[in-house]
Design a binder for this molecule. Structure first.
Ligand code: NAP
Length: 243
């Protein structure tokens, strides 16, 4: 497959929505760096994409290991000198998460460490490379569960899932989106929070109702935004989600 010269890094791309985002970006002609914390899983996922004719490369990257993040940034700088698309997809839930009266303190730390602090560390390390691209695009995989408004709205379909750690981590991620978008104001680069919907993956024991193909569609659409790109938005299935 011929590539158009653009390069994308997708974190947590060895499975689930991230793997499908990597596939869809690859099919669109973009060189895809398959971020994965486990070397074997990363190599297997990149191989699988290459067999589809995609220019996919394994990129070891653990959100909880700053050295691996800095090493990935150095490799991208050396090999490409820029990063057109960063999809902050990697994320976790935790069995010890729950409503405030039962959520364990260690679970809150684990979730925030990956979903917010790790995602910020990746974004910060990759930012100089995103700024080197003609029109950098950052897509943060958020969740409507991170909406403060919907968590307090008994009529919302999301109201039942009161997971303090996970929901707070996505609300914090949304703050990263808003503040980073402000930092990027006046530049061609954009950053948005996208909720993929309720997707059947390991994250939720495959209880979701959307396929990974459906869940990847909106994040990919925002990763491929053209000159009229919006920034600093929180979106699910084409509609604005309340913060
Ligand atoms: P998934 O199938 O469990 O995949 C999660 C991916 O993140 C895996 O590749 C996992 O790697 C990786 N990951 C976890 N911790 C990591 C770390 N420290 N460093 C690097 N990679 C790490 O989940 P998914 O459903 O595709 O979720 C993808 C994103 O969408 C997440 O941010 C999630 O919060 C968000 N989201 C999902 C849904 C849904 O309904 N599924 C809804 C809203 C938002 P390993 O294989 O090594 O564990």
């Amino acid at each position: 497959m011929t590539t158009d010269g653009r390069v994308a890094l997708v974190t947590g791309a060895n499975k689930g929505i991230g793997h499908e985002i990597a596939r869809q970006l690859g099919v669109a002609g973009i060189t895809v760096l398959v971020g994965a914390r486990d070397a074997d899983r990363g190599k297997a996922a990149a191989n699988e994409l290459r067999q589809l004719g995609i220019d996919a490369r394994n990129m070891p990257l653990d959100l909880n290991d700053e050295q691996s993040i800095l090493e990935a940034a150095r490799t991208i700088e050396r090999d490409f000198g820029k990063l057109d698309i960063l999809v902050n997809n990697a994320g976790v839930t935790d069995p010890e998460d729950g409503v405030p009266s039962i959520a364990s303190t260690s679970a809150l730390r684990r979730i925030m460490e990956t979903n917010f602090i790790g995602t910020h560390a990746v974004s910060k390390a990759m930012l100089p490379l995103v700024k080197q691209a003609p029109a950098g695009r950052i897509v943060n995989l958020s969740s409507s569960l991170g909406s403060l408004t919907l968590n307090g709205d008994p009529t919302s379909t999301y109201y039942a899932a009161q997971l303090l750690g996970y929901n707070a981590s996505k609300a914090a991620l949304n703050m990263l989106t808003v503040q980073l978008s402000e930092e990027l104001r006046g530049t061609p680069a954009t950053v948005n929070s996208i909720s993929p919907g309720f997707v059947k993956t390991d994250l939720n024991g495959h209880t979701g109702h959307l396929s990974v193909e459906e869940g990847a569609r909106l994040p990919v659409q925002f990763a491929l935004q053209g000159d009229d790109a919006v920034s600093g938005q929180f979106v699910e299935a084409g509609a604005q989600t309340p913060w």
